[in-house]
Design a binder for this molecule. Sequence first.
Ligand SMILES: Cc1cc2nc3c(=O)[nH]c(=O)nc-3n(C[C@H](O)[C@H](O)[C@H](O)COP(=O)(O)O)c2cc1C
Length: 212
Amino acid sequence: MPLKEDLNWRYATKKYDATKSVATEDIEKIIEAARLAPSSYGLQPYRVISISNQEIKNKIVPIAGNQQIVADCSHLLVFVAWDGYDKQRVDKIFNDTTDQRGLAKGTVFGSQTEAIVESQINLSEIEARIDTAKQACISLGFAIAQAAELKIDSTPMGGVNNAELDHLLGLDSKGLKSVYLLTLGYRQREGDWLVNLKKVRTPKDEFVIEIK
Ligand SMILES: Cc1cc2nc3c(=O)[nH]c(=O)nc-3n(C[C@H](O)[C@H](O)[C@H](O)COP(=O)(O)O)c2cc1C
């Protein structure tokens, strides 16, 4: 099925069938799509936490505005981002990249490498947080599209108290901050107020701003 049809099929599911689980291999495919997303300088300053534990999902419900989909979904992916850049983090990625490519250390972007490292580690805390969160969102988008291709329902979620979620998941000690959630599972049509409603988007000619 063309990607366009998958993207029209998907919607932000409002009610999941709590009795249905997504197969592990499908969860792996969705996470792999997230992992394969492009990132600035290939740094991938984000991670994905995959939660299928019912007790933890239940604990997240009140942190996520009492949205029941968190408890009823099969898996909850939490997209988390680095809380900032530091030389150790950047060097590790760049050194892994040169090692895997059989290149000399410090040459991943040729003569620009040192300047790139400096530009990243010199970002202010707020600049870095915005940068890493934006990149996590690209990864989230890939996961949503892959889920749709597999006919797995999903809901991206921003309605969450990030500080409380970070505390619950012990993210602070890992240098990570939660960004968005993605529930995965199978829709339960009864009780889902959105399932039969038209998908509404900004018209194409309004959406695209062409510069010819
Ligand atoms: C960043 C982001 C945050 C969102 N937060 C929530 C949320 O907390 N709860 C929810 O039910 N839907 C949430 N949504 C879903 C949107 O409301 C939905 O994607 C949008 O209305 C378009 O509808 P569609 O996805 O069904 O096509 C969120 C979507 C995005 C991209």
